[in-house]
Design a protein around this ligand. Sequence first.
Ligand SMILES: [Zn+2]
Length: 279
Amino acid sequence: MATTSDVASLASAVGGDVVEVKTIVPPGTDPEAFEPRVSDLLTLSDADLIVRVGLGYDLWIDKLIIQLHRPEFQAGGRRSVDASTGVPVLEVRGRNPVTEDGHAHGLGNPHYWLDPANADAVTAIIAEGIIGLIPAARDTIVANRNRFLATLHERIVAWMQQLAPYRGTALVAYHNSWPYFARRSHLNLIGFIETKEGVAPSVAHLSSLIAVMRQSGARAILQEAYEPKNLSEMLSARTGVPLVVLAPTVGSVPEARDYLTLMDFNVGALARTLATASQ
Ligand SMILES: [Zn+2]
């Protein structure tokens, strides 16, 4: 059982036929605003292994686990995988895992899967979790992971080539979902429409963001597929900077069917927008 579609896709890539992967957060919904339902408790009770994003992103699962009385599913438990374990975390803050407005950027930025190079560490810890439960499947799991990583590493080279002409380009985003993606692609995130995770901006914030965008020559406004578009559209109209809708999670746009197509979609959409913006 994977909390989100992103870790679900990586668990499927590693587990192959050995596992059946189910996801709790429905595709196309914002996992940071997710409230579990009673039916999720039933789904979870069938699980053999839990894979979570960690860093407070899917803290709601702990409530379900407590209700189920399954301590082995708890963080650190024998049937629990925290996919963030081996990932170098950005924006480490050491606050409560979930901030007072309910958004999970308290421990650090949780959107680490958007750097495709982090899939190495994520698939390693998932593979370890599956092999721990089914030692006989070790060779299959290791082979599945190696095959997936070979494809991924080839694609990373191609993705970075697609974005290479835009190295250092200034961008703004609606939500702070993209620091891992931006670091890998050498893009420069200079500001956010939200003043804090999950908090709508004031007029004063938007005015200063417009000034910063003009000063730094921002070339695109990144918009998460499931966030409201009206403010990004207003900002785009005021500055002439194009708006590009990206997929923060697998399933948040129809093209992002799995982990590889998620990256394909984001890199392609951003490269097309930046190519037009620089003409
Ligand atoms: Zn977030």
